[in-house]
Design a protein around this ligand. Structure first.
Ligand code: NAP
Length: 339
């Protein structure tokens, strides 16, 4: 039997994504085979495809051909010898980093995330990446408190809208940078929108919050956003950058700034946040936080904004949409109903 998988055939735009057929084989020792129900379409899928990820062109980068797709939800449909953590029929998620744009996935049985069957897979799949980033930046990196005043740089995207929903639950006073066409979404979660194209966010926040902000969440990781955001923090304030830097030079400059900020006796702190690498070393906090996020979704306390769903084989169209910058929230690939 064959299954379909979307493959990056060469580095380039969405058009390089091609649907290919692969042989469905039994899982190897320690592996589970997962029938994918939903796959997230995320910014890191785009940067890895167009050769602009931090690792592109380095020995750590992915060599073409490869299947992108950072996060999935599916059903275990076969397990290899030695797999005890999951069984056939279990609903699971995986932080794949690559491999998610596919009808089937082979994955280590001990690295799967339990997912309640009550949840719609398309609604739950943004929790695997975009929401865990926002949740952990809020509650593990910045450790926000009731009433904290925060700025979200990149508030209308997949992670930004997760911040808005989780920030509202944590009772934060939120300011968010976004294009004007998306301001109504920020306002609907109680955030004050700022148009970063025409307004100087530094001026707006200085006037609104003369005592400074408790935290800034930065999805750009550019020297510009960081240099402008740091003076907005009050003493004891925290800047957390979770964006993907434009290249190694930017990363190096931002890293030097981080070291300096943390050494200076000004009471401010600056942290980086990155998901996937840490997950491999210590799964416990991730499993706890995903369980909490699934509970919040089940209780209707959060509801990912799904801008559009596409069949898995239309991943190129889904990538083009996310890359267009028109999306508010998340783009998701789904398996056909009843397949
Ligand atoms: N650390 C991690 O583990 C991790 C995981 C996943 C993703 N990421 C990174 O996090 C970043 C955000 O991801 P995402 O999924 O939220 O992306 P997304 O859904 O594409 O959203 C990007 C956002 O950036 C905003 N934006 C663009 N230029 C801006 C500027 N100059 N100033 C302020 N906002 C600007 C856009 O706003 P408008 O459309 O409103 O203009 C949009 O809301 C990316 O760099 C991604 O690679 C990190």
């Amino acid at each position: 039997m064959k299954y379909k998988s979307v493959v990056v055939t060469k580095i380039g735009g969405p058009e390089v994504l091609r649907v290919m057929e692969k042989d469905l084989r039994p899982p190897l020792v320690g592996e589970a085979r997962i029938k994918i129900l939903a796959s997230a379409v995320c910014q890191p899928d785009i940067t890895v495809r167009n050769g602009k990820s931090l690792y592109s062109g380095t020995p750590l980068g992915h060599k073409v051909p490869f299947t992108p797709g950072y996060a999935i939800i599916g059903i275990v449909d076969a397990v290899g010898e030695g797999v005890t953590a999951v069984a056939v029929g279990d609903r699971v998620g995986a932080l794949t980093v690559i491999g998610g744009y596919s009808e089937y996935l082979y994955w280590r049985g001990d690295l799967l995330i339990p997912v309640p069957t009550t949840l719609d897979p398309a609604e739950a799949v943004p929790l695997i990446l975009n929401y865990i980033v926002a949740y952990q930046v809020l509650h593990r990196s910045a450790k926000v408190k009731n009433g904290d005043k925060v700025l979200i740089i990149g508030a209308s995207g997949g992670i930004g809208t997760a911040f808005l929903q989780l920030g509202r639950l944590a009772n934060l006073k939120m300011y968010g940078l976004a294009s004007p066409s998306k301001h109504h979404v920020l306002a609907s979660y109680g955030a004050t929108p700022i148009d970063y194209h025409t307004q100087d966010f530094v001026e707006v926040i200085r006037q609104a919050e003369p005592d400074g902000l408790d935290a800034v969440f930065d999805g750009m990781m550019s020297m510009d956003s960081i240099k402008r955001a740091l003076p907005l923090l009050r003493r004891g304030g925290k800047l957390v950058s979770y964006g993907e830097p434009a290249g190694l030079v930017t990363l190096f400059r931002v890293l030097l700034t981080l070291i300096m900020v943390n050494l200076l006796p000004n009471g401010k702190s600056f942290k980086f946040y990155g998901t996937s690498t840490y997950f491999l070393f210590d799964q416990k906090p991730y499993l706890e936080d995903w369980a909490e996020l699934f509970k919040l979704l089940d209780q209707g306390k959060i509801k990912p904004i799904i801008a559009q769903k596409f069949p898995i084989e239309e991943a190129a169209k889904a990538n083009a949409l996310l890359e267009s910058g028109q999306v508010t929230g998340n783009v998701v690939l789904v398996a056909p109903e009843g397949s």
